[in-house]
Design a protein around this ligand. Structure first.
Ligand SMILES: Cc1cc2nc3c(=O)[nH]c(=O)nc-3n(C[C@H](O)[C@H](O)[C@H](O)COP(=O)(O)OP(=O)(O)OC[C@H]3O[C@@H](n4cnc5c(N)ncnc54)[C@H](O)[C@@H]3O)c2cc1C
Ligand SMILES: *[C@@H]1O[C@H](CO)[C@@H](O)[C@H](O)[C@H]1NC(C)=O
Ligand SMILES: *[C@@H]1O[C@H](CO)[C@@H](O)[C@H](O)[C@H]1NC(C)=O
Ligand SMILES: *[C@@H]1O[C@H](CO)[C@@H](O)[C@H](O)[C@H]1NC(C)=O
Ligand SMILES: *[C@@H]1O[C@H](CO)[C@@H](O)[C@H](O)[C@H]1NC(C)=O
Length: 492
């Protein structure tokens, strides 16, 4: 390799006297989710032009997927802007009148048709919210020794039940337990709440935690980054740099050569000075062995294995005719008797339904949210089963209160089974932290060099963000971080 070093030195000398130098290096970005689009747009704005984005799907956006359904866009993936202060999404969009404040206030309905009274409902909400707000710095006293959020939830549930003023309230509190489990699982995307570490490095941005896009879809943030919105005349020259349906199968020569080789499943070969890899940690868990030649270093592999990655699911339905009030938000509780009925009907997975909300600015569309251990199963059920089960839910919980009609269209998401995602977002795993393994996000995000010390393989994506993992704002910051890393190499 001596000749490569000499060439590198010649380039360095040329560079310092301002002649050629690979000042416009070739860069391949794997993935066109928010991290990939963030990296590409930042590089383009800094006059890097030799960029190629290879995307496995037939669309850009990754875990942002807004599609037209009913009267507006609905989000199959990311839906809410979580917080305002320190949130890069919020700061990019705040000057355009798009985001709307969160409106959710759950109406809790029992499977026997009763509505939960206000006082009991408030106590349940406080119990769930308190659990969400608790952190390592400020743990709930009862949960000091809890390892997982699941353990803490069980302890707190017991406290709640013991505080009930009568038998009926106690019954409702116990029915709220599985609901609270799925409510909290949804926020962290875990299939197993007992694997969600109670000790977390996640940071919540201040302000409204659930701002919505008012029917424009989370895709708007991609358009803002690409400068297609608000004025398409100012758009960055990115469209011809995106190659769809190019599934990267193999990234080789990242260590032993000056150029990295990227091969896609259709046999196309690309070469570049640098590769920024952005697919999910779910994709890495499944494929890292085949994806990288030579193999990734041991500490990177261990971070991949020990990072938690689960899934949530949405069933989005359309009604020909609307029969509910504006922006309803329902939580459904199952009486003990009806839990037995669910088991008989093979519908236990309905216990994983966290809530039903109206899609924003989309009056005839409701979104049913699911989270917890049954999500992988729900993805495999037939369309007929999904339809029957939702008709059953609507009849059981809503028919006593409304003149219901049944949906005419259904969408069910499949993030867990899609090989380009294999789940929804990363979380901090109890099992993964065993043996004192922390700061896995930083290990996932650390770049790799070839033998000459050139940064050949860089990593971005939500799971690489030290405290905003699992979010779009985290993904975008990680993309900017890796673009900046290269910009610094070529401009200093
Ligand atoms: C259902 C759901 C709800 C969510 N809700 C919210 C929310 O409300 N708010 C929020 O902030 N976040 C939310 N998130 C999380 C957020 O969407 C993600 O954190 C973020 O999109 C991750 O971006 P990324 O660029 O890191 O990865 P991705 O968006 O996954 O982008 C990676 C890209 O790589 C592509 N790819 C994968 N493998 C290959 C390959 N071999 N070759 C080429 N390309 C490949 C993928 O197709 C994908 O396009 C949600 C996610 C889901 C799924
Ligand atoms: C990019 O190039 C343009 C035109 O040559 C120049 O005006 C601008 O300053 C450059 N931007 C950066 C960040 O180098
Ligand atoms: C909590 O996590 C931090 C790292 O983020 C670690 O240093 C600390 O030991 C952990 N605390 C417990 C009680 O596990
Ligand atoms: C990846 O490419 C390298 C170099 O072309 C090759 O040696 C290796 O076998 C390939 N690996 C896979 C899994 O295709
Ligand atoms: C349902 O329809 C009947 C008959 O039209 C009407 O009397 C009743 O008020 C309606 N109920 C609700 C909850 O809208």
């Amino acid at each position: 390799m001596w000749f490569k070093k000499i060439i590198a030195i010649i380039f360095l000398i040329y560079g310092t006297i301002g002649l050629v130098l690979p000042s416009d290096p070739s860069i391949i970005i794997v993935g066109s989710g928010p991290a990939g689009i963030a990296a590409a747009t930042k590089l383009l704005k800094n006059n890097f032009t030799k960029i190629k984005i290879l995307e496995a799907e037939n669309r850009i956006g990754g875990r942002i997927n807004s599609i037209k359904f009913g009267d507006a866009y609905v989000d199959l993936g990311a839906q809410f802007c979580h917080g305002q202060e320190g949130n890069i999404v919020y700061s990019m969009v705040k000057d355009f009148d798009i985001l709307r404040p969160s409106t959710h206030k759950f109406q809790m309905i029992r499977s026997n048709g009763e509505k939960v009274d206000e006082e009991t409902a408030n106590k349940i909400m406080n119990f769930a919210e308190l659990l969400l707000e608790a952190s390592e710095e400020d743990p709930l006293p009862e949960c000091e020794n809890a390892k997982s959020v699941g353990e803490c939830l069980d302890i707190r549930s017991k406290v709640l039940e013991d505080s009930s003023k009568n038998d009926k309230q106690k019954e409702i509190f116990s029915e709220a337990h599985p609901w609270a489990k799925s409510y909290i699982s949804a926020l962290d995307g875990t299939l197993d709440l007992y694997d969600l570490d109670y000790n977390t490095t996640y940071k919540t941005c201040g302000g409204d935690l659930g701002m919505n896009w008012n029917g424009h879809g989370y895709k708007t943030i991609l358009e803002i980054m690409m400068q297609k919105y608000p004025n398409p005349d100012h758009q960055l020259p990115i469209d011809n740099k995106i190659f769809l349906e190019q599934t990267v199968a193999n990234i080789s020569n990242w260590q032993n050569d000056n150029r990295v080789t990227v091969t896609t499943t259709d046999g196309t070969k690309y070469e570049a000075d640098h590769v920024i890899f952005t697919p999910s940690v779910g994709v890495l868990k499944a494929n890292h062995e085949e994806l990288f030649t030579p193999a990734l270093p041991a500490d990177k592999i261990s971070a991949i294995k020990n990072t938690g990655f689960g899934a949530i699911l949405k069933v989005i339905v359309h009604f020909n005719q609307r029969w509910y009030e504006n922006n309803p938000t329902w939580a459904f509780f199952w009486t003990a008797k009806d839990v037995d009925e669910l088991e008989e009907k093979n519908l236990e997975w309905l216990l994983d339904m966290e809530g039903v909300v109206q899609a924003e600015n989309n009056p005839n569309v409701l979104v049913f949210w699911y989270s917890g251990s049954h999500v992988p199963l729900i993805e495999t059920l037939s369309e007929a089963t999904i339809k029957e089960a939702h008709e059953y839910l609507i009849n059981k919980f809503l028919a006593p209160h409304y003149n219901v009609t049944m949906p005419d269209k259904y969408i069910r998401t499949t993030w867990f089974s899609n090989p380009n995602f294999r789940g929804t977002y990363s979380y901090e795993s109890v099992k993964g932290h065993s043996g004192g393994q922390y700061n896995l996000q930083e290990k996932l995000g650390s770049p790799l060099m070839n033998e000459d010390g050139k940064l050949t393989l860089l990593f971005a994506g939500e799971a690489t963000h030290p405290h905003y993992f699992s979010t779009v704002h985290g993904a975008i910051e990680s993309g900017y971080r890796e673009a900046d890393r290269l910009i610094e190499v070529y401009t200093k």
